[in-house]
Design a protein around this ligand. Structure first.
Ligand SMILES: [Ca+2]
Length: 417
């Protein structure tokens, strides 16, 4: 990227020749900076960044600005955009009449006010299996879109602001795509969408497959290309592979999950349904999500996807402090042992290993709350972002995009970026 700055002082003709040469040699480097962030790839000081493409890491509004407003609503996505996110991130499930809507779970019990609606009391299912886990609640595939549109969205975290519960509607894929296009035109910067096929095998088993509808909608928007402002994601490899096979050309992202962290060992733990993707579970493939981030796992992902979306401890492991009797210590003395008592461990080599194979790395999920932060960050969410930005991650899924944008500004000012 330093080359581009040198070009600026060359004679005009040479500028053109060199610029054309450099664009062909470095096709991912934009002369006018990153269209998403509007920030120069080289930064003010001319140093390249350690992301895969040398551009600033993306701020991805996870379910919108869901730390502030009920998730997956137009209002939450709009707030993410207003706060400076380049990307809005919807999860897609299906209604009974086959319309893709944005919800994190087919079960609407916690993300809507359906439980308070007597007219839908008889739709409640008990011990209904979702990806091998029994759930009780109201499921989107038992409702038409018209019925779901009568529900109010609810913030899913009981410790977050509740005052907007019930005010906003569940939204369709099309409404989200329309918002991204309208806002892109209004703001003069690309608003990316990052759709996820959610529980894709489960939906296929219900006769409500998601993939064809997503491909058709992206194609209708003129977004079925590698350069489109789109990242398509899934936890299930077979969903991504199917979409590739059916002609989807956008960038695709393999998500890598885990269940919890064993604070005694600092290791990620695996339990249903967060042990392996459900398509592996159903087909008898006994590998775990952990196997996706081995060299052979990354090589396999590279055959059908362009990047990985990984849980934070795959990059920065966390571990509690052990007492003399072999017990975990309540470091902050609040009477319980949790994340706030854990310290960051030396980072893994995953970012470098993925980059070596040409895969970008997006990381989930960043949140402001003290209860979500390891002790090493001293209660400062920006410190967590900064650690990951310095490790070269290509994007962060955040529920507080304003904090991520501020932290990124700090990062870009470091060392002349
Ligand atoms: Ca504690």
């Amino acid at each position: 990227m330093r080359y581009l700055l040198n070009v600026c002082i060359a004679p005009p003709l040479l500028v053109c020749v060199l610029a054309l040469t450099l664009v062909s040699v470095f096709p991912k480097v934009g002369l006018a900076g990153d269209p998403a962030t509007g920030i120069s790839a080289a930064g003010r000081g001319g140093k390249s960044l350690s992301t895969l493409d040398g551009k600033p890491p993306l701020v991805i509004g996870h379910r919108g600005a869901s730390g502030y407003l009920p998730e997956h609503t137009l209002e939450a996505y709009q707030l993410a955009i207003d706060q400076g996110a380049e990307v809005i991130e919807p999860d897609f499930i299906s209604t009974r009449d086959g319309v893709l809507i944005a919800r994190h779970d087919p079960n609407l019990a916690t993300s809507t006010d359906v439980a308070s609606r007597p007219e839908f009391a008889d739709r409640r299912r008990v011990d209904w299996p979702v990806d091998g886990e029994k759930q009780t609640g109201w499921f989107a595939h038992d409702f038409t879109l018209a019925e779901i549109k009568t529900l109010g969205a609810v913030i899913t975290d009981p410790e977050r602001p509740q005052e907007n519960n019930g005010k906003f509607r569940v939204v369709t894929m099309q409404e989200i795509f329309d918002l991204a296009k309208t806002q892109s035109a209004k703001l003069g910067r690309a608003i990316y969408v990052y759709p996820e096929t959610k529980n894709p095998t489960y939906h296929r088993d219900l006769g409500l497959p998601l993939e064809d509808k997503l491909i058709a909608a992206l194609s209708a928007e003129g977004w079925n290309s590698r350069s489109a402002p789109v990242f398509v994601q899934s936890f299930e490899p077979s969903s991504l592979k199917e979409m590739r096979r059916k002609g989807l050309k956008t960038r695709m992202v393999q998500l890598v999950d885990g269940d919890d962290i064993d604070l005694k060992t600092g290791k990620i733990t695996y339990a249903i349904p967060f042990d392996r993707p459900y398509d592996w579970c159903k087909s008898g493939d006994d590998r775990l999500f952990a196997d996706m981030v081995t060299p052979s796992g990354l090589a396999e992902i590279g055959t059908y996807a362009d990047g990985i979306g990984v849980w934070k401890p795959y990059i920065v492991p966390l571990k509690g402090r052990m007492g003399r009797a072999g017990q975990l210590v309540d470091v902050n003395g609040d009477g319980k042992v949790d994340l706030r008592d854990a310290a960051t461990q030396p980072p893994t080599a995953l970012v470098a290993q993925a980059h070596k194979r040409g895969l970008f790395v997006h990381v989930f999920t960043f949140r402001n709350e003290q209860r979500r932060l390891a002790s090493s960050y001293m209660g400062d969410p920006q410190a967590e972002y900064l650690q990951f930005f310095r490790l070269g991650v290509d994007g962060v899924f955040t529920e507080f995009p304003d904090t991520a944008v501020t932290a990124r500004s700090v990062y870009l000012r470091e060392d002349g970026h």
